[in-house]
Design a protein around this ligand. Structure first.
Ligand code: F6R
Length: 621
């Protein structure tokens, strides 16, 4: 999830690009760059005495600005990019724009090119050389190659061929010194809009980048390509047919546009979960094909695995608990889960036959990092799961599996959590596959189900108003108990954590069977029991637990499965989630619980994006 801005007009565009990028920093902020068409100092680069001048820097836009200070870069066509790394560390070389061999084509890109390794090898054989670790760099080289074979088609036809060649996602904007009066763009699955005004035209990944220049926008759809000149926009469909599309007028303010119209980043990020889940599966599960060899353990290592130790903190710890359940069930490997701050000070038994997995969305949590050091000292191989490329944990582990949820601005983890859960499912299925413990048919069923999971999450989000109503009835209560069993238990813990951190109401998550061992003493008319009760093999047990708290006057909000007419007899409020395999329910259960906490907190007037006393990365003990 990166930010793109591009300009074609009559003004010097350096500052326009930089200001646009600043507006997009919430989309990605680990490195940035601009590319502007300028007069070539020697007057003979490019066909028109022009060349593309790029300036790139790691860090924030401010760092790029510092580098640009005093540099005279004058040009009226340019592209800019702020990066949230997915392939390759966030450094200057990997920052966009990227060039082809001749440096006459520069490209910025937001998305993931799944088949970039294959394309890169193919291009290398044709003499192309690459300097970065990014997937994006293949794009200008592909355009160069297509132009070589069909110069008459120009950049537009080259871009149309490129969209057919790549697999994955991308909003792509290209600039060429041989075609100085146009910008060419293409889109697959990543957001891209064009901004239209009398003075200039723009591309952007999001409105805020260009809202100060225009309110007239054209949305670019999947597999469309666009030629943008100073006074015209031409949009072509996948078969190259010119389309007619009128701009629409946006009424959003800058602030609401940054949040894509949502009231808070947290709500926006909850609603981005279908995207985050899809991106995290991208290239790992595609059209029924499961490829997770990046896990990187050879057959011997997997055969000899005696134990997996997972370490994490907070919300990430709850995804670890889900990991334990599915790995033990599918791959039959014992899994121990621990909290970073506990693990680092006890005397853990770990050796070279153990696999150590550390989960941390930020990649910077000090206790998790300390646990990683401890495990490596004892000879264990460490795999990190993180959302931030180039974070400390990615450097201090043997290998890394990235979640691709995109940057999370709200302090409270939402979309990074569901992306972690997806990785837990992938690890469980992958180990079971390698150990031949799941039949092809069963594996296929899970893979197919995971592929449609983003749609099921979307279905829940489409009913957010129903959750809001339940939250409107609930928010004055002062005690919340979240109960679940087996796969529902980590979600009960996570539901309670979400509620306490953003609403400041006391909430506890419990394994429902534990109620009789103490917590049931808490239940009275002020208590709301949130029961996670999907139609799984412990459904009847959960139902009994809910009946017990009902008998003690607690109010019940039950998360049920579609078609379950029984639970509503005991529950005061119910919300139905779509059915799935029992191992996969967690990812559907947590979404309504996130919404529930969100709406309760809003009813109480809390700042959900920056809850009191909390920080996004916990870098101190
Ligand atoms: C809760 C939350 C925290 C983090 C925890 C670990 O919403 O965000 O509980 O999950 O601080 O952070 P990471 O995953 O960055 O290690």
């Amino acid at each position: 999830m990166c930010g793109i801005v591009a300009y074609i007009g009559n003004k010097n565009c350096k500052d326009i690009l930089i200001n646009g990028l600043k507006r997009l920093e919430y989309r990605g902020y680990d490195s940035a760059g601009i590319g502007i068409l300028v007069k070539s100092p020697d007057g003979n680069s490019g066909s028109q005495g022009l060349e593309i001048k790029t300036v790139k820097q790691s860090g924030k836009i401010n760092d790029l600005e510092k580098l640009l200070k005093g540099q005279k870069i004058e040009g009226t066509v340019g592209i800019g990019h702020t990066r949230w790394a997915t392939h390759g560390e966030p450094n200057q070389v990997n920052a966009h724009p990227h060039f082809d061999c001749s440096k006459r084509i520069a490209v910025v890109h937001n998305g993931i090119i799944e088949n970039y390794t294959e394309i890169k090898e193919e291009l290398k054989k044709k003499g192309h050389t690459f300097i970065s670790d990014t997937d994006t760099e293949v794009l200008p080289h592909l355009l160069e190659e297509f132009l070589k074979s069909d110069a008459d088609g120009g950049m537009l036809i080259a871009m149309q061929r490129l969209l057919k060649r790549i697999k994955g996602s991308g909003a792509i904007v290209a600039l060429s010194s041989d075609y100085p009066d146009e910008l060419i763009a293409g889109r697959i699955a990543s957001p891209l809009i064009a901004g239209i005004s009398k003075e200039a035209n723009f591309f952007a990944s999001d409105m805020p980048a260009i809202l100060e220049h225009t309110h007239n926008f054209v949305v670019i759809n999947d597999y469309e390509t666009v030629r943008l000149t100073r006074d015209k926009i031409e949009i072509y469909d996948a078969s190259g047919i010119l389309l007619q599309r009128e701009p629409f007028k946006a009424t959003w303010t800058l602030e609401s546009a940054e949040k894509a119209g949502y009231e808070d980043f947290m709500l926006k990020e909850i609603f981005e979960q279908p995207y985050g889940i899809r991106e995290t599966m991208r290239g790992r599960i595609t059209n029924g094909i499961f490829n997770f060899d990046e896990f990187g353990l050879d057959d011997d290592k997997i055969k000899n695995l005696k134990k997996i130790q997972i370490i994490a903190c907070g919300t990430s710890y709850h995804s670890a608990l889900t990991g334990k359940l599915v790995i033990e069930k599918w791959a039959k490997i014992p899994v121990e889960v621990d909290i970073g701050s506990e693990y680092r000070y006890r005397s853990p038994l770990i050796d070279a036959n153990s696999l150590f997995i550390a989960i941390t969305q930020s990649g910077e949590t000090i206790d998790t990092l300390a646990a990683v050091k401890e495990a490596r000292k004892k000879g264990a191989k460490v795999i990190a799961i993180t959302n931030v490329v180039g974070s400390t944990i990615s450097r201090e582990s043997d290998s890394v599996i990235y979640t691709h949820a995109g940057p999370e601005i709200g302090v409270c983890a939402t979309k990074t959590f569901t992306a972690q859960i997806i990785v837990m499912y992938l690890i469980g299925l992958y180990l079971a596959k390698r150990k031949k413990l799941l039949s092809e048919e069963t594996l296929k069923k899970f893979i197919n189900e995971l592929e449609i999971m983003p749609n099921k999450v979307q279905q829940i989000l489409n009913n957010a108003d129903k959750i809001k109503k339940i939250a409107d009835y609930s928010y004055r209560h002062t005690c919340f108990l979240f109960l679940g069993r087996i796969y529902g238990f980590p979600m009960a813990l996570e539901g309670a954590l979400k509620l306490k951190e953003i609403s400041y109401i006391h909430a506890e998550g419990y394994a429902a069977g534990e109620m009789k061992h103490g917590p049931i003493a808490l239940t009275d008319t002020k208590t709301i029991v949130v029961g996670v009760i999907p139609k799984d093999f412990v459904y009847d047990k959960m139902l009994s637990n809910l009946q017990e708290v009902k008998a003690r006057n607690a109010k019940i909000f039950a998360l049920t499965t579609e078609g379950d007419s029984n639970t509503s007899k005991y529950a005061d409020y119910t919300f139905e989630i779509p059915g799935t395999f029992e191992e996969l329910y967690g990812i559907l259960e947590i979404v309504p619980l996130q919404l529930y906490s969100y709406y309760i907190a809003k009813n109480l007037g809390r700042n959900v994006d920056q809850p009191r006393n909390l920080a996004k990365s916990v870098t101190v003990e």
